[in-house]
Design a protein around this ligand. Structure first.
Ligand SMILES: NC(=O)c1ccc[n+]([C@@H]2O[C@H](COP(=O)([O-])OP(=O)(O)OC[C@H]3O[C@@H](n4cnc5c(N)ncnc54)[C@H](O)[C@@H]3O)[C@@H](O)[C@H]2O)c1
Ligand SMILES: [Zn+2]
Length: 328
């Protein structure tokens, strides 16, 4: 399973190699982009697999970014009640994040990733050279997740990134960067496969990041941009709530900006409330917030959603006041 951008670049090489090893191949190509991570594409893929008479000893190979990986992974998890699945991720985001950890999903029109399964790939094959053909914007999006790993788990890695804050320099040490990120994710997932505790640290920047994705209706801001601004805002929030030391913010802002990622995104309190789940539809009064204890170490902090939202509203109104002052 691949998409229309990756197909002309890498499909032949992968299929020739598989054929050479004696495999029979059926392929399926989806349009590139998030809208393909949907139920319609899932049904088309299930039907293609069934028409190809797929059996339980076959495997699904996902060749592409996170969209292909999540869709093909969920198809593998569900066809014939689950068959083997191999990830060959070709974006930076997929290589450091989505291909590892076994989360698969499709989006519904009412929200992202709402239907899915935990389904571990049998193998993840990463060829860093595939990153050479990535557009700058897509590379930059993956860097948001790379920066996240440094923030939550590895201060030395974060320092390394800030001293090599250019695509060319990251590519010079790409194996180290990929290994460091995958190893952190491996550790967190092995400790907490089903997201009940430590794995939630990976959500740093994502609670408020989701508000930004929502505010832009998933069209204006990419996931990476939203996560970068989310990490900065959640750090400001941690500082305000006395959970994070004030000197943690500037290095993160600086690093995100060096890669062309935003450090703040305008967003209404309503969108924040929806993303936090503080609206009539959501149940449960508490949120597990991720705050930085210091740069390189994150912690989980349970608090009432209403308090979290109040802190956000104080932050944004403080910012507005500051903005007005500096204008006058
Ligand atoms: N399962 C998880 O744990 C997990 C974690 C994070 C994100 N995700 C999901 O991943 C998705 C985002 O993944 P993504 O950023 O990889 O997006 P994507 O799969 O849409 O890829 C981004 C773009 O890059 C193109 N592309 C891919 N590889 C290329 C290459 N080597 N050269 C040139 N172009 C290439 C694609 O065709 C696409 O246009 C989202 O749906 C998100 O929800 C899942
Ligand atoms: Zn993410």
């Amino acid at each position: 399973v691949t998409d229309e951008n990756v197909m002309p670049l890498y499909f032949e090489r992968v299929t020739e190699s598989l054929k050479g090893a004696g495999f029979q191949i059926f392929s399926h190509c989806i349009p590139a982009g998030e809208p393909s991570k949907c139920v319609d594409q899932l049904i088309a893929l299930w039907e293609k697999m069934s028409l190809g008479q797929i059996t339980r000893t076959d495997a699904v190979v996902a060749l592409g970014g996170g969209v292909v990986g999540d869709l093909a992974g969920f198809a593998a998890a569900t066809i014939l009640r689950g068959i083997d699945f191999i990830q060959i991720p070709t974006t930076l985001l997929a290589q450091v994040d989505s291909s590892v950890g076994g989360k698969t999903a499709v989006d519904l029109s009412v929200g992202k990733n709402l239907v899915g399964a935990f389904w571990q790939p049998k193998a993840v094959l990463i060829d860093p050279r595939t990153l050479e053909t990535l557009p700058n914007g897509t590379f930059r999006d993956g860097m948001a997740e790379v920066i996240k790993y440094g923030c939550i788990w590895d201060g030395i890695f974060l320092k390394y990134l800030s001293e090599h804050a250019k695509r060319s320099e990251i590519m010079e040490a790409i194996e180290l960067v990929l290994y460091t990120c995958c190893d952190i994710k491996r550790h967190l997932v092995e400790t907490d496969e089903h997201d009940a505790g430590l794995r939630k640290l990976l959500n740093f920047g994502h609670t408020l990041g989701h508000a930004y994705e929502l505010a832009g209706q998933y069209k204006i801001w990419t996931h990476g941009q939203a996560v970068a601004a989310g990490m900065c805002m959640e750090t400001r929030l941690g500082i305000q709530l006395g959970q994070t030391p004030p000197d943690a913010l500037e290095p993160i802002e600086h690093l995100c900006a060096s890669f062309g990622l935003p450090t703040s995104i305008p967003c209404s309190l309503e969108d924040y409330a929806t993303a936090i789940g503080h609206d009539k539809k959501s149940s449960g009064l508490n949120i597990t917030a991720v705050f930085l204890d210091h740069l390189g170490k994150a912690k989980l902090h349970d608090m009432p959603k209403s308090d979290y939202l109040l802190a956000v509203s104080k932050l944004i109104s403080g910012k507005e006041r500051k903005g007005k002052k500096s204008k006058s």
